[in-house]
Design a protein around this ligand. Structure first.
Ligand code: G6P
Length: 372
């Protein structure tokens, strides 16, 4: 009913707005004196976590993109190789699983059949399985050795939003816990990254203030036939998620690409008027990547693309080449996805709304897919 929406026009609008709380709730009780300690992992013992040689993340849909984002942080902080696999692909290709492989599944519902079957398969093959889940007592956590609940609150809209940022927050907690027990980060670095994580809820709230600008952009773009999304490093999975949101909600053909891949194919798609969103890395934090993405923007702009840039507040280098700039607050590079995804969620929601579509229940989709 409308009252459940708390005055919002849709569950999705409500859930997008709840993202600062979703992340705060994921962090609650897991940071003690500025240090990450996840009580749910205590039963493994630190030695078991220190012995892990490889992590395989399995998930579907938006949850898989949360996994792709987290791969960068886990490898950088905990120095463990991470593969991210779609659950349905993992299970049917005879994957190599050894007893020092840790499987981390991600599922908002905890009921996605493809992911459940992949977890069962991995455990039968001898892996230890951790579940990142938003639903208390769901099947996937019950089939796992341990669970880190995201505590984002119930997510009703079919397209996942607050669960996604909560999943990234939970995975970053996991990465910092792992880095601590493995001794791969010093205490100053652990404190610094943990503080960055704790600052995210407020920065998401600031990002949400771009809502009016994004709505205006979306209403101009209702006739778009195809929209491209480019990102690099952690911005790449965010480009994929931005494209997925637009497909799911607005039924517009959308593709996400790694910006570095542009010259290897996708640039052939650029013709005058083609809308392209570009997630730009920070000029401060990613000084080596920022100019490469700016030159990608110049290349597509020279071919007539209509460029919508998501860039850090104060990034002046992008201004001459962008038709529209959406600003996000300053954050360390690994934390930018938690902010950059917000305008992309809003864009898909506003464009679908402007087209008169039901953003909570898009056609052909289900909130949780309990068949293979
Ligand atoms: C469905 C939903 C997606 C979701 C995916 C995984 O396809 O429509 O929004 O990302 O399932 O769901 P899960 O509950 O496993 O996170």
């Amino acid at each position: 009913s409308a009252s459940d929406k708390g005055g919002w026009s849709s569950f999705m609008a409500k859930e997008v707005s709840e993202q600062p709380d979703a992340v705060a709730n994921t962090l609650r009780g897991r940071i003690v004196d500025g240090v990450v300690v996840i009580p749910e992992l205590a039963e493994f013992g630190d030695e078991a976590l220190a012995r892990i040689r490889r992590i395989v993340i399995i998930a579907c849909g938006t949850a898989a993109y949360a996994g792709q984002v987290a791969k960068y942080a886990i490898e950088k902080w905990a120095k463990v190789p991470v593969d991210v696999e779609l659950s349905h692909e993992f299970r049917y290709r005879d994957p190599v699983i050894e007893n020092d492989t840790l499987v981390v599944s991600i599922s908002q519902s905890g009921e996605t059949m493809d992911t459940l079957m992949a977890v069962k398969y991995a455990r039968e093959a001898g892996a230890v399985a951790i579940s990142i889940c938003n639903t208390q007592g769901a099947t996937i956590p019950r089939e796992s050795n341990a669970v880190i609940y995201t505590h984002a609150g119930p997510e009703v809209a079919v397209a996942s939003t607050k669960a996604f940022v909560a999943q990234i927050a939970a995975l970053y907690l996991f990465a910092l816990h792992l880095a601590r027990v493995r001794g791969t980060l010093g205490s100053a670095e652990l404190l610094e990254h943990t503080a960055e994580l704790q600052a995210i809820p407020e920065k998401i709230a600031t990002t949400l203030l771009q809502g009016d600008a994004v709505r205006q952009l979306a209403t101009w773009m209702t006739d778009s036939r195809a929209v491209l999304f480019l990102g690099r490093h952690v911005g790449f999975p965010i480009a994929l998620e931005g494209a997925l949101k637009l497909k799911e909600l607005a039924y517009i053909h959308a593709e996400g690409f790694a910006a570095g891949e542009l010259k290897h194919g996708p640039i052939a798609l650029i013709e005058p008027g083609q809308p392209v969103f570009v997630v730009v890395p920070s000029p401060r934090g990613s000084a080596h990547l920022h100019p490469k993405v700016v030159s990608n923007i110049q290349e597509i702009r020279a071919r007539g693309a209509r460029v919508i840039v998501i860039a850090e507040q104060g990034d002046a280098a992008v201004l001459p080449f962008a038709d529209t700039v959406i600003h996000i607050p300053l954050a360390a590079p690994l934390f930018e996805p938690l902010l950059a995804v917000v305008p992309l969620q809003l864009f898909a929601m506003e464009l679908a709304t402007a087209k008169g579509l039901d953003v909570d229940q898009p056609r052909n989709l289900a909130k949780s897919v309990t068949v293979e």
